[in-house]
Ligand binder design. Structure first.
Ligand SMILES: [Zn+2]
Length: 446
């Protein structure tokens, strides 16, 4: 018998359940099934994060694509397996879950690639995804309003050909998701030291907080981020937790790459929910509002816009407060729609200080006779010395430059407040390009 193999790209998104399922966990079940029916993997599962600013997103807004070669007689059965499993997995009573699964056979069309590129920074309508599905006759399955199809299509179209990173995800059993994970912080601190420079965003160096353990009732026990698959797998051996690892899998991802911020727009072209960078000048000195939010105005040739950094961004707000009128900056942001209380607003996620303007302070002149600071002699009457009585009718206030403590550079909120997609300071100069030439032998268990 001749076996005809075909290449399959399978994308999925929004597979969540109230008791805490998640898309990556479902992907690990699917990988196990596909391995038993002879899938030959051509890449690690891709975990693709999409525009973090869209309002109806799932937690973290991450979709997963699986890429493999398989006997062409199997592909119909795969979609059937997925559709049956998903219904049980998400528990139909949960209205906010709208899973979508798509299969692309062979080449990925430009329509799908372009869709994926736009989904990184814009809010795309479900109808656009459906139009591509119809035009290219793509096999798919969805529940609810089908919103998961947007992420499913995006994950297929984003082949992570640019910078990428890896995440090791350890899962606990679904019957144990109500219990404490009990990840040992000391074990994470030691692991982080051992793999210095090869891992990132697992530990906040400022607060000492560990960031590998999620909160909430999902099956993820812990996640480790790093620069190579082998690194995150070896590092995981050193993490101790009170709960057992039920299964694990390594994902290749666009986390930590700033892939959502590749578009720079003028202020007049900003639209709600996009992820964007904006270059401009500070037009008003930042102030802190009640509740801890810091706001200021940014301007460019096309207009001005309010910018806001919120309380969870912690000490990042202190940096923002050092900005002064005229400073030249680039803002990394999500655009918040206008409301009754405010206009279109840039939610500041990062700041690049390009140029710091000289600021001056004005002081009264010093008395030439006795060196004391003189006082105003009244409007348009110059100054007088309260000590010796010296008067000077034409003296003016003296301008002295104020030293600026804000330095030119790149500033981010603490790691715990960063988006999955945010390029952390640890990765500022690092780029991993292209699909890996070979995969490590064991990248998922079981
Ligand atoms: Zn004097």
């Amino acid at each position: 018998m001749i076996v005809v193999e075909e290449r399959i790209h399978l994308g999925m998104d929004d597979i969540d359940s109230p008791r805490g399922g998640c898309t990556t966990h479902f992907a690990s079940l699917l990988v196990e099934y596909l391995s038993t029916i002879g899938a030959k993997w051509i890449d690690y599962p891709n975990l693709v994060r999409l525009n973090p600013n869209i309002p109806y997103r799932t937690r973290g807004n991450g979709a997963v694509a699986l890429r493999f070669d398989i006997d062409s007689s199997e592909s119909e059965g795969i979609l059937k397996w997925v559709s049956e499993k998903i219904v049980g997995y998400i528990e139909k009573s949960y209205p906010n879950t709208n899973p979508g699964v798509i299969i692309v056979k062979g080449e990925i069309s430009n329509d799908v690639t372009n869709f994926a590129r736009r989904a990184l920074w814009r809010a795309l309508p479900i109808e656009l995804a459906r139009r591509i599905l119809r035009k290219h006759e793509l096999m798919h399955f969805c529940v609810g309003n089908g919103r998961g199809l947007i992420g499913a299509l995006s994950s297929i179209g984003n082949q992570l050909r640019n910078d990428h990173t890896y995440e090791f995800l350890a899962y606990r059993g679904l019957d144990a998701i109500g219990e404490t994970r009990g990840v040992n912080p000391q074990s994470v601190i030691e692991m982080d030291k051992m793999f210095s420079g090869r891992l990132f965003s697992n530990l906040d160096p400022v607060s000492g907080r560990i960031l590998v353990e999620p909160r909430g009732p999902d099956p993820v026990l812990f996640g480790l981020r790093g620069e190579a698959a082998g690194d995150v797998i070896r590092a995981a051996d050193h993490v101790q937790s009170s709960q057992d690892i039920d299964r694990w899998m390594v994902f290749r991802t666009n986390q930590g790459t700033n892939e959502h911020l590749e578009n720079r727009l003028q202020i007049s072209r900003l639209r709600p929910y996009i992820a964007v960078t904006v270059e401009g000048r500070v037009e008003s000195q930042p102030t802190m509002l009640e509740g801890g939010h810091v706001v200021f105005k940014l301007g460019d040739d096309s207009g001005t816009i309010e910018c806001a950094a919120y309380e969870p961004s912690g000490d990042f707000r202190k940096t923002i407060l050092l900005l002064r009128q005229g400073d030249s900056i680039v803002i990394l942001a999500g655009v918040r729609p206008s409301s009754k209380n405010h206009g279109l607003t840039l939610n500041v996620e990062g700041l690049q200080v390009r140029e710091v303007t000289e600021q001056v302070e004005y002081a009264n002149p010093v008395c030439p006779r006795c060196d004391r600071r003189m006082k105003s002699a009244g409007k348009q009457k110059g100054f007088k010395c309260a000590n010796c009585g010296h008067r000077d009718a034409v003296a003016e206030k003296i301008a002295t430059p104020v030293s600026r403590s804000l330095k030119i550079g790149y500033y981010l909120p603490p790691l715990s407040a960063q988006r999955h997609l945010t390029r952390p300071l640890a990765r500022i100069k690092r780029r991993n390009r292209g699909r890996p030439d070979h995969m490590v032998e064991e990248w998922h268990i079981p």
